[in-house]
Design a protein around this ligand. Structure first.
Ligand SMILES: Nc1ncnc2c1ncn2[C@@H]1O[C@H](COP(=O)(O)OP(=O)(O)OP(=O)(O)O)[C@@H](O)[C@H]1O
Ligand SMILES: O=P(O)(O)OC[C@H]1O[C@H](OP(=O)(O)OP(=O)(O)O)[C@H](O)[C@@H]1O
Length: 218
């Protein structure tokens, strides 16, 4: 009997970069998958037994960690935030390049030295990662959890600083903020549920190789 595999793909900005990679790995989803207006959530592919689910970036890790999906694509920002021991991340796919950084208003940064901080209050989607980063250098971090539009927090007095993803820097610039410290470089990874990797090894291992080759060919 054919092993059934479920592959979790993040909707939103990573989807666009993930589609060519899936194609290079030999996976062609049914047409509705790339149609953002489709309300379907699980999609067949040209590969018998392999279906795709389209979920939010943070939820990819949750589906894979719990074994509801066998494989997935997730940024290492999400992986570091959750630190699920059930997830194995064997391939850096080289997509979704950005960095996680601390930012603050430009006028504040002019006279600020991050090395002098003992306590910071930040708005972020990454409270665990942020607290760990600051704890490692002896700074106590008070995190206000937001799910988006972090850049608004300093202007409206919610927090003076933010921890968010930066790519071109345009979002920070347009909101009068500057980067003062980088926490991590970010790219998307192929992720695998560790238990599934053991019980479905014959079906999963070839996909790891195919994605390694597909990422290398980018
Ligand atoms: N500006 C960016 N440039 C490159 N990669 C990014 C950028 N912003 C986010 N990413 C990557 O894409 C992933 C998803 O981004 P984000 O959390 O902003 O979700 P989204 O695509 O806006 O969708 P949603 O918030 O609706 O789940 C992040 O976890 C990160 O790995
Ligand atoms: O440096 P830039 O190139 O401007 O990119 C950075 C922005 O990209 C991400 O947001 P996204 O566009 O995914 O929207 P979100 O607020 O839904 O997370 C991130 O949260 C920043 O806001």
């Amino acid at each position: 009997m054919k092993t059934e595999l479920v592959f979790a793909i993040p909707k939103g900005r990573i989807l666009e970069e993930a589609l060519p990679l899936l194609a290079r790995a030999g996976i062609e989803p049914e047409p509705a998958f790339a149609d953002e207006s489709s309300r379907a959530l699980q999609f067949a592919t040209n590969v018998p037994g392999l279906s795709l689910i389209r979920v939010r970036a943070f939820d990819v890790a949750t589906f894979v960690a719990h074994g509801a999906a066998d494989l997935g694509i997730a940024g290492n920002d999400v992986l570091m935030e959750f630190a699920y021991s059930e997830i194995y991340a064997p391939v850096d796919l080289g997509i979704g390049h950005c960095r996680l950084s601390v930012a603050e208003p430009a006028e504040m940064a002019a006279g600020d030295d991050p090395r002098s901080w003992s306590h910071v209050r930040v708005a972020t989607k990454y409270p665990n990662l942020t607290s760990q980063h600051f704890a490692a250098r002896g700074v106590q971090a008070e995190c206000v959890k937001l799910n988006g539009a972090m850049e608004l927090a300093p202007r409206l007095g919610l927090t003076q600083r933010i921890v968010d993803l930066v790519s071109s820097g345009r979002t920070l610039k347009e909101n009068g903020l500057v980067e003062v410290e980088k926490i991590a470089d970010v790219t998307s990874r192929l992720i695998v549920n560790r238990a599934a990797f053991k019980t479905k090894a014959a079906a999963i291992a070839p996909w790891i190789e195919r994605f390694r080759e597909a990422a290398g060919a980018a």
